[in-house]
Write a protein that binds this ligand. Structure first.
Ligand code: NAP
Length: 519
């Protein structure tokens, strides 16, 4: 019988009565844990965050809390191997797990460093200069930001159990707002282990972090105008949460990061033989196979000049033929399993929908060989490249197959590529792989309004490029429209998201005392 996964609430580990949802190992199918929050006192959990966590955190100032985040990240770094090994049960290879674990720790460290360097000691952050509001100079105004007095409820997707938590938690802690983290059920045991490490470090102020494994029950009913709700996951769940009374009637500050049909454009100049042609094919295969394609930022639509369709198809197929699917840690394996059979079922159903408009070039179903595991019990799938010869069709721009799947399409000219990118109705990221400055300019500026991030890849920046699929803590992560309409990360914007901006109007002497000198 699998153990019940405990939640961390009100300063202690708490286990639900009853069985809950059974979560199985993605590779062996063996039960790992059961997950349930039945019986959790949600009102008391929220109250504990507000009444114990918040005041405790705000006894320090921004800069001090940035130091705390650094220590917490270092505590995780010390025990990172435990998280990497546990992640194998979710189907992640060591390289996949590193993206999540080391990526999360690096993100927290980056926020800590930005906070320590750029934020003041206290709990008041002045924004911009004071504006004189009267001719005599006796009356002025300035924007002040102070920590909200509520709680940040952070709901995460299954694919990044560590990074997903840390990219939300670190800015909230620095802001002085306590968090209630709700991981996705499927990988909650990895998040829970990270929380256990943080709790055992003894560094966390009481109530600054609570973890709810399982459903949130009626927890959102207890949220009000000082609270925040940050969501990462599917567009369907985002829509449900956006319509919740807490958001619609009580103005809980809501942020959503949802699904996305990210595109990558190969420039017309990037013909076979150019470095950009190779970079494009390498990047596409990396995006398809990293975390078995279960990244919200993965390239779902590969847009190439019509005349290059065959050559790109061939180059990508050759690379995909070298991908070794199997158990994380088994000899030679380069792509692990999907998180579970249900996820594989969803991806295969999405591929079937895409096949109405596209043909399968490579893959499309179970992998021919699986190394180190039973292909029947593990959630394995072959990397799948589709080709759509009519890019005007709706499917490739609308169906997100959240697995190792990408669709190749041809475009006529850069304006057409920009038009096709826009058909994703708002995406997290686009990239353009080209060494032609005019093409790059047309695509970047033409598509910027539809994206939260645009990456240019060429022979000059490839060596240092962080890649299409990797959001950076210094830069905005999010996107308009279908991508959720939200913004996360983006440097200290992530911290100020948790603060209330207030226009304070007073005489210069008073403003001076509250903030800094009025010009
Ligand atoms: P999901 O089914 O929407 O679940 C996301 C989270 O929401 C989970 O923690 C889930 O908990 C929770 N949830 C579901 N229904 C809820 C409700 N009614 N009230 C409160 N919470 C609820 O998405 P997923 O399958 O985990 O993740 C895959 C999707 O996430 C993909 O579409 C991907 O593109 C997107 N994603 C986006 C980003 C981004 O940054 N934009 C990052 C990663 C993933 P349970 O697991 O307990 O149901």
């Amino acid at each position: 019988m699998a153990r019940t996964l405990e939640s961390w609430t009100r300063g202690e580990w708490w286990a639900a009565d009853g069985y809950g949802v059974q979560v199985a190992d993605a590779v062996t199918g063996e039960p790992v844990v059961t997950v349930s929050s039945d019986g959790l006192d949600t009102a008391a959990t929220v109250a504990y965050a507000r009444e114990v966590g918040g005041p405790g955190l705000r006894r320090g100032g921004f800069a001090e809390r940035a130091g705390l985040v650094k220590q917490l990240a270092l505590a995780l770094k010390e025990r990172r191997q435990e998280l990497i090994e546990l992640s194998a049960r979710t189907g992640a290879t060591a390289a996949d797990a590193s993206v999540d674990v080391d990526g999360g720790i690096g993100t927290a460290l980056a926020f800590a460093s930005m906070g320590a360097k750029q934020l003041p000691d206290g709990n008041v952050l002045a924004e911009g200069d004071a504006e004189l509001l009267g001719r005599g100079g006796t009356f002025a105004g300035r924007h002040l930001l102070t920590p909200r007095r509520g709680v940040a409820v952070e709901i995460n997707a299954f694919n990044f159990p560590v990074w997903g938590m840390l990219e939300k938690l670190a800015p909230a802690l620095i802001a002085g707002v306590p968090s209630i983290v709700k991981p996705a059920t499927q990988t909650a045991y990895v998040t829970q282990h990270a929380v256990r490490i943080l709790a055992e470090s003894g560094l966390l102020p009481d109530g600054a972090l609570q973890l709810v494994c399982g459903g949130l029950g009626d927890l959102l009913d207890h949220l009000g105008g000082q609270d925040l709700l940050s969501f990462t996951g599917s567009a369907d769940t985002a829509a449900k949460l956006r319509g919740h009374e807490a958001v619609t009637a009580r103005s809980v500050r809501f942020n959503a990061e949802a699904d996305s049909l990210n595109g990558s454009v190969l420039g017309p100049d990037a013909v076979p033989g150019t470095p950009e042609f190779e970079l494009f094919a390498d990047a596409l295969v990396h995006e398809m196979t990293c975390k078995a394609g279960q990244r919200c930022t993965a390239i779902r639509r590969a847009l190439v000049p019509e005349v290059l369709l065959d050559q790109v198809s061939e180059a990508v197929s050759d690379r995909l033929a070298k991908v070794v699917v199997g158990a994380p840690g088994a000899e030679g394996v380069t792509m692990g399993a999907l998180v579970g059979p249900a996820q594989r079922g969803d991806v295969l159903a999405a591929v079937d929908r895409l096949k109405k408009a596209a043909t399968v070039v490579v893959g499309g179903g179970p992998p021919p060989d699986v190394v180190g595991a039973d292909a029947m019990t593990g959630a394995f799938m072959a990397p799948t490249l589709l080709r759509c010869d009519d890019p005007a069709r709706a499917e490739p721009h609308a169906v997100e197959a959240f697995g190792p799947v990408s669709t190749l399409m041809g475009y006529r000219d850069p304006a057409h590529a920009v038009e096709l990118l826009a058909r994703g109705e708002g995406s997290l990221v686009a990239s353009v792989v080209s060494y032609d400055a005019d093409v790059v300019r047309e695509v970047v500026l033409g598509t910027a309004a539809h994206h939260g991030r645009v990456l240019v890849l060429d022979r000059d920046d490839a060596g240092e490029s962080t890649g299409h699929g990797t959001p950076m803590p210094q830069l905005v992560h999010g996107g308009p429209g279908r991508a959720g309409g939200g913004e996360e990360e983006g440097g200290l914007r992530a911290v100020t998201h948790h603060l209330q901006r207030t226009a304070v109007q007073a005489g210069p002497r008073v403003l001076d005392a509250l903030t800094g000198p009025v010009p």
